[in-house]
Design a protein around this ligand. Structure first.
Ligand SMILES: [Zn+2]
Length: 109
């Protein structure tokens, strides 16, 4: 079972994420979307954080604005064991050049 908010995996009959207080889901659906391919366009980093909660907020803002993004470094966090919360991998949010100004304006608020 996964937390849809912080994306942690939980096992052993846990139904709710103790961190986010949201119900766990069986599968994370976000991974089904094809990620933006960095080689197709020049990407600009508009945000960088090691905080997965903050990352989720930034993503939802960009999703809401219809801006496609690439989360560089996120794959690294995905392969780590559940207990390694102390590991601080910085994830960079990158967007296409022509979306960069819009993304920065949104994230400044
Ligand atoms: Zn959670």
């Amino acid at each position: 079972m996964f937390c849809p908010k912080c994306r942690y995996e939980y096992v052993g009959g846990i139904m709710e994420c103790p961190k986010c207080k949201v119900l766990l889901i069986e599968k994370l659906t976000q991974n089904n979307e094809a990620p933006l391919k960095p080689e197709y366009s020049s990407l600009v980093t508009v945000f960088a954080t090691a905080d997965l909660g903050l990352l989720a907020i930034v993503k939802s803002i960009l999703d809401g604005a219809g801006i496609k993004y690439f989360a560089k470094g996120e794959m690294l966090q995905g392969i780590l064991p559940v207990q390694s919360g102390a590991f601080n991998a910085v994830v960079e949010i990158q967007v296409r050049n022509n979306d960069a100004d819009d993304a920065r304006a949104l994230l400044k608020a």
